[in-house]
Write a protein that binds this ligand. Structure first.
Ligand SMILES: Cc1ncc(COP(=O)(O)O)c(C=O)c1O
Length: 383
């Protein structure tokens, strides 16, 4: 049994990498395969497409860039509106604003912390072009409801599946349920290459357009497929291609996905079962998963009752445990208050969840001993 002082501060998150990852980087260097869209990029895109049963995969330098690429591909125009939750990372909204479009924030479901589909209709206006749901903690949003509403109003759906690698809604991989989907391979995610992402789509015209934007506005991807004999500038674009060296690392991580996700899930279950007593005592609310959504153990988030979240964070830190909060809502951020000229939307569930949420350390190589220590300390702090 671990006792304080600990041999190390328990970090909140750490990538799980070993010999196979070192070997992959070494191999890319030896082959001098460093630039984007090379051997390893193609292998990873093929692997992702087979694993998640999606037609087209474009690796990118981050999920932020995958989202930006999606927004550029949709040709959002100044004044267009995109509906999204405020309970998300800044990237989800930044990419809308960078196209000159406007974010429209809606509240979240109090159980899943995902965009509440019941509030969508009221947020749709003649200017709405797109719905951008975020799959919080890798739990699929209610994509049946979101896609139905989108079809009725002729809207596009882009999924922010940054945290959703390896999970599904109703048996279908996240990121492949809307018109386009975006994954993150940031060091904090289940599968990582440090910084990286992917754009997924089953829509071939959208994929063809996106591959041009991703490659500096050129038809280099078509050239690499042998479809044209030289490549040239065909449209406006940017540079979102992942380097092959990182793709080599990502390939190993993808091959380890089942192992890494199941290790995280085992820790998630230990926390879930271990906090039942706290819930029974009315001190916390444990996470809820919809029966149609699977869990990749990305995040273990509790709601701490009675306004005690900040105090618990501080006390856990004193005991050598790095917990964290999630997210600082976007709608009331300094930038959005300025952007909306002081008119802040009221999103009570988002505000409550954001003020109450506590995430426990979670990564694949966190030991059972550390887990038990964390649970014991949480009970003591909340006692
Ligand atoms: C919901 C969500 N979307 C987008 C991102 C951005 O991902 P990246 O760091 O790969 O750009 C994050 C990052 O954690 C996220 O949580």
């Amino acid at each position: 049994m671990l006792e304080y002082p600990l041999p190390r501060i328990i970090p909140f998150s750490e990538p799980t990498v070993g010999e196979a990852e070192y070997a992959a980087i070494r191999q890319a260097l030896e082959l001098k395969s460093l630039t984007g869209d090379g051997k390893f990029c193609h292998e990873v895109e093929k692997l992702l497409s087979e694993m998640f049963k999606v037609k087209h995969v474009l690796l990118t330098t981050s999920c932020t860039h995958a989202l930006e690429l999606a927004m550029m591909t949709l040709e959002l125009e100044v004044g267009d509106e995109v509906i999204l939750p405020s309970f998300t990372f800044t990237s989800t909204a930044n990419v809308i604003i960078r196209q000159g479009a406007r974010p429209v924030f809606v509240d979240i479901d109090p159980d899943t912390f995902n965009l509440d589909p019941n509030l969508l209709e009221a947020a749709i206006t003649p200017k709405t072009r797109c719905i951008l749901p975020v799959h919080y903690a890798g739990q699929g949003c209610n994509m049946d409801a979101i896609n139905t509403i989108a079809r009725q109003h002729n809207l596009l759906v882009v999924e922010d599946a940054a945290q959703g690698v390896g999970t599904s809604w109703n048996g279908i991989a996240l990121g492949s349920l809307g018109d386009m989907g975006c994954y993150s391979f940031h060091a904090s995610k289940n599968i990582t290459c440090g910084e990286g992402g992917a754009l997924l789509t089953n829509n071939t015209p959208l994929a063809r357009k996106a591959e041009i934007i991703r490659e500096k506005g050129t038809n280099r991807a078509a050239f690499l497929r042998g479809e044209v004999d030289k490549y040239t500038w065909v449209d406006v674009g940017s540079s979102f291609v992942l380097t092959d060296m990182l793709a080599a690392l990502l390939k190993v991580q993808l091959e380890r996905m089942e192992e890494l996700n199941s290790k995280r899930l085992a820790i998630w279950k230990t926390y879930y079962e271990g906090t039942a007593g706290l819930e029974q005592a009315g001190l916390v609310k444990r996470p809820y998963f919809h029966p149609k959504a699977t869990n990749n153990g990305h995040i273990f988030a509790l709601l701490i009752n009675n306004g005690r979240r900040d105090e618990v964070l501080t006390q856990m830190k004193r005991r050598g445990i790095s917990c964290t909060f999630h997210y600082v809502p976007l709608h009331s951020s300094p930038f959005m208050v300025r952007y909306f000229e002081g008119k802040v939307t009221s999103l009570p569930v988002t505000d409550y969840v954001s003020d109450s949420l506590l995430r426990l350390p979670l990564f694949a190589h966190l030991s059972q001993e550390e887990c038990q220590y964390i649970l014991t300390q949480l009970y003591e702090v909340l006692a």
